[in-house]
Design a protein around this ligand. Sequence first.
Ligand code: GLU
Length: 304
Amino acid sequence: MDYSPVLLEIQKEIKPLIGKGKVADYIPALASISPDKFGMAVTTIDGSVYTVGDVSEPFSIQSISKVFTLTLAFKYVGERLWNRVGKEPSGNPFNSLVQLEYENGIPRNPFINAGALVIADTIISNSKNALSTILDFIHSVSGNRQITYDRKISDSEKRYGNRNAALAYFMKSFGNVINQIDQVLDLYFHQCAITMNCIDLSRSFLYLANHGVNPLNDERLITVSESKRISSLMLTCGLYDESGDFAFLAGLPGKSGVGGGIVAIIPGQLSLAVWSPALNRHGNSMAGIKALELFTTKTGISIF
Ligand code: GLU
C-alpha cells in the first residue's frame, strides 16, 4: 500500500493543531524549538518509507529512549527485571514521586521516570560502557551510525534535573538503585538527549513490529515473547497518564517523549514516527496524537 496520499491528508487535517499546546520548557534547551514543526514517517517491515513534513530534522527523543533501554535491560536480566519495576500504568504524571513511597521504591512501570532510572541502573550493572551500549543498539536498529546525543540538552537536563535526582535517591533508600546516583542520572540524561529524525525513529522501531528481529539485517535481538511484552507495555503505559486515551483513539502501542515525538507500531506491518513539539498538559505532542489517530482511522489498520 502507498501511504503517501494518506500522510498528505493527515498533514492538511492536523494543520489547525500545529503549534497548539506548549513546548516543554522545564528543560531549557528544549524551550527554543519552534512549535510549528510537523513531520511523520512510516516505514514498512520490507523497508519502504513514506513521509510528510519535517522528517529529516533531528529532535530530542527524550522518553522514547526508554523503549531502547528497556529492550537492553530485558535482554540482560530477563524476567528478574520485574522484581525491580512493575508493569501497571501509573495514572500519575511521568515524574511523580508520590506513588513510589506507597509502593516501597518499586516504580509502577519502566516508562515513568523512576522506572527508567532503574532500567538505566540495570544497564550500568551489566555493560562496560552503558552509553555506548545504548548508542550501538540505536545504530544497529536505525541503520544510522551518526546518531548521537546533544550535549546542550544533556547538560540542561542535568542542571534542572532535581526531580529525577530526588526519584533516584528515594529509590536508593529502598535499595532499588545499585550504582552511584550520579552515574545513573548521567546515563539517563544522556539517553534522553539523543537526537533522531522521524525517518530514523520509525526504522528503529521495526524490530518490535517484526516480533524481535531487526529487518535491516535479520538479526534476532529479543525473543518473540520479549517483543510482545515490550509492545504491551507501550500500549498500556507508553503515553504517561494519557495512555488509556491514546490506546482508545489510535489503537496502537506507542511511546512518546517531551521532545514532541511519538513512535507507534503495527505488529507484522510497519512502524510510524511523528514529531510536533507543542505538548498537551500530559506532556504528549498534541498534533502527534491526532495524526496517529487519523492514520489508523483512515487506513483502517490498527492492532484491533
Ligand atoms: N528527560 C525528561 C525528564 O526526565 C524525559 C521526560 C519524558 O520525555 O517523559 O523529565
